[in-house]
Write a protein that binds this ligand. Structure first.
Ligand SMILES: [Zn+2]
Length: 375
């Protein structure tokens, strides 16, 4: 998720990025402000005044979202947890915090920092709104809307469903009470799913409340859907991480990788190696010397009409371009790499040669068997 993002700079050493979906929401918010909100409240404004105010307000709004994320990250870094990046996307912002907090107190501090920032910002904007003379109409208009939206943002994020900030607070409390992170995560993410269903049904109900509501309804249902997915996904991810932690790659990797010679054609590869064995991944070698790797993915990328003439050396992934792991590496790390880079498998390399492969399936099978044996 959120791979295709544009770097826009750094703050406190944290890379800031814009996901391409952010441009859509930025345009949407600006458009809604410029063509509907401001013209409704201030009928005498010219169109260009509405547009300029809309753009500025929208930028300040996303600046507020960024500040919310930045405070999560600053507290995380102060607690010794590195932050990889902050990304703004269609549903707001995410701080990519490199690891799970080691205790509930840290989790609570990181989680609460964001919504508190939003509420504080809301307060500041509303203070400006009340203190500024009414003749500064543009500042009055902008500060009122920003105050409202920041307070709403703070309140929304405090809803007690994981992975929302409020859900993290709930998880921290349950974790602290029970001493069991996994169980706490399960409860908090169930609460997250409950909230997501509520949003989805609320959204669908809203869609049928008339033409002026359908978009808000659709949006609410969309957020609910996203939230539900995130709740289930993050619980699953954590469970996997915990079960894999402390186990080396060598415990689950496939050792009997088939080595094939670099000069055979794709036709030969498919008919003599893939179809008879069901194997999907092959080490490509020149004699005893390993050159690279070829998987179904590379084969599928070539039209079958060219299979008779193409040699596998031409389409394999060369060894130096492959992301590799060592046999003694932790499986939890490997899962992270596979998930983040969206790849199916990694070669296990020791002393410059491929001694095995580790795939998502290997990891799942490892967990499955241990689960069945009650380990
Ligand atoms: Zn937050």
């Amino acid at each position: 998720m959120l791979k295709s993002a544009i770097p826009i700079g750094r703050l406190f050493g944290i890379p800031l990025r814009l996901h391409f979906s952010w441009f859509f929401i930025f345009a949407l918010v600006t458009w809604a402000l410029a063509t509907s909100y401001f013209p409704d409240v201030y009928q005498e404004w010219s169109l260009s005044a509405s547009i300029i105010t809309g753009v500025i307000t929208s930028l300040l709004f996303f600046g507020s979202v960024l500040l919310h994320e930045l405070m999560h990250s600053v507290v995380a870094i102060a607690s010794g947890i590195p932050v990889k990046s902050i990304t703004l996307f269609i549903f707001g912002g995410v701080s990519e915090i490199a690891e799970e907090p080691s205790n509930p107190k840290i989790e609570l501090k990181i989680a609460i920092a964001g919504p508190l920032t939003s509420i504080l910002l809301g307060g500041i904007f509303w203070a400006i709104f009340y203190l500024i003379p009414a003749s500064f109409e543009y500042i009055v208009a902008v500060s009122f809307w920003l105050g409202l939206i920041n307070l709403m943002l703070g309140a929304f994020n405090l809803l007690p469903g994981f992975p929302l900030d409020g859900g993290r607070v709930l998880r921290a409390i349950l974790w602290w009470r029970s001493g069991n992170l996994r169980r706490a995560t399960r409860w908090a993410s169930n609460a997250g799913r409950g909230i997501s269903f509520f949003f989805i049904f609320g959204g669908i109900w809203l869609i049928f409340q008339g033409p002026e509501w359908w978009f808000n309804g659709l949006w609410l249902a969309f957020i609910g859907w996203f939230l539900g997915n995130a709740a289930v996904g993050s619980y699953r991810q954590l469970t996997l991480q915990q079960m894999l932690q402390g186990h080396a790659v060598s415990e689950a990797m496939t050792r009997d990788c088939i080595t094939i010679q670099q000069n055979i054609t794709l036709n030969e590869l498919v008919n003599e190696h893939i179809l008879p064995t069901g194997n999907q991944c092959f080490v490509v070698a020149d004699g005893d010397h390993v050159k690279g790797l070829i998987t179904l993915k590379e084969v599928k990328a070539i039209p079958s009409t060219e299979w008779a003439s193409k040699k596998i050396i031409e389409i394999m992934v060369p060894l130096e371009k492959l992301r590799q792991v060592r046999p003694d590496e932790d499986m939890a790390r490997v899962l992270k790499v596979l998930t983040e880079e969206e790849i199916g498998q990694l070669p296990v390399v020791e002393g410059g040669s491929i001694i095995g492969m580790i795939s998502r399936e290997n990891l799942l099978a490892f967990i499955n068997i241990r689960d069945k044996l009650g380990m």
